[in-house]
Design a protein around this ligand. Sequence first.
Ligand code: NAD
Length: 493
Amino acid sequence: MNIATRSAAPDTTGLDLEAFSRGLFIGGHWREGQGSRIAVVDPSTEAVIAHIANASVADAAAAVEAAAQAAAGWRATPPRKRSEILRRCFELMTERAAMLAKLISLENGKALRDARGEVAYAAEFFRWNAEEAVRISGEFGLAPAGANHIIVDYEPIGICVLITPWNFPAAMATRKIAPALAAGCTVVLKPATETPLTAFALAAIYQEAGVPDGVVNVVTTSTPGPVSSAMMADPRVRKLSFTGSTGVGRTLLAEASKSVLSCSMELGGNAPLVVFDDADLDTAIEGAMVAKMRNAGEACTAANRLYVQAGIYEKFVAALTKRMQGLAVGPGTDPATECGPMITAKAADKIDRLVADAVSRGAKVLCGGKKPSGTGFFYPPTVLTDVPSDAEMAHEEIFGPVAPLTRFETEDEVVRQANDTEYGLAAYIFTRDIGRGLRVSRRIEAGMIALNRGLVSDPAAPFGGVKQSGLGREGGSHGVLEFTEPKYVAVTL
Ligand code: NAD
């Protein structure tokens, strides 16, 4: 399939879209929002597929109230019981993986194979945190002076507001909800309005798995600023966990300062991918395709700048271009699709602008490079060479299927270029010299490094960035602790 043969009508077979757009999910009930409903669009066809409820500030207050009502009961629920409910969420998500993947493909546009991967990843946060829920241990020890003992207990932090983006509608929510519930917290989730149906489908699954009413609440809104400010201003809310752009993250950090709220921030990225001369070419190409093209490039971890050493540059460029040109572009829900549309027309326009800017500064287009006309927010897989360091795309997230390549000569030169960004989320390194791989891993300023592979995300590992890519970590044993506060008791026995 190519872009020219894409279909005109959304493929909704097997999806109960009415059930996923019943209303806001507050206190275990579906209810209408006070604002007028919001249209949800299929990015492959531009057709409206549902209208979702629109929360006002008063609706958001009701969601916080429901989370507050449920807080004491959930906190007092034994960790084993919480663990079993989380495990059941994992099982139900796994049983319904095909339906959830199709729903994600429909509202987000991503290729079905990427959506299946996302559902497995998202469900895994429940399995992992079911295991963590019964392993949140405290500390007990003698104070250095010997006069007393020190007890440290990890208590649930309180009510949490969770705000998530559209690019991983399931995983960005479960990466927060599962550890929050494991720690004993209740939550209000505000998903992105572009991809709300997945969040509502998952809410129904949590309820079926035995999550008590009010423990998880979901509100969608066309006014995220006032709605999130109102929730954050409620003194019972003690945590904001946000995933999204660095720009919105900065605004929310300022807002959170008013009530000195604990903040976890998973923000934007500008990942460098570095290929040294001694890299295995097949491994590097395979890794680059995953790092660049998973989710059609709409990932915070996406390789945004590809630096290739002079000795392997020509071969790498030829092999990558061949792979990129061969990708099947089409509607997300088509099983043959490898690269779906972008989330909105605005997103596709931004990519077009970034490519035009790079070309105006001397970059060469080897494939793609032009937004097609017609229905759907498509952008073709694109390879650019000789992208100069002053091109806008070297400093901004492309968030699309564009691979900008730059040749380098020395390790020092590429480390300097890799670190020339305000971001520090992920980086990719390809070399057969493990000493160099580890040395460069330490020199690159990023929270996560993938060495000879194209994927870093793992529910068992701490995910997060340095510099302006964020604060805190999700996943691993760190993830659950973000939803706790250490309580210290000094005790004389
Ligand atoms: P975004 O920042 O525009 O929106 C994220 C969420 O914030 C959405 O729910 C949105 O409705 C909400 N929001 C927007 N303005 C708000 C405001 N003023 N107050 C409160 N909430 C507001 O980001 P996006 O376009 O949805 O997602 C893409 C961005 O997310 C990229 O920058 C990407 O790198 C980042 N991201 C980061 C990670 C990570 O783990 N670090 C993961 C996925 C995406």
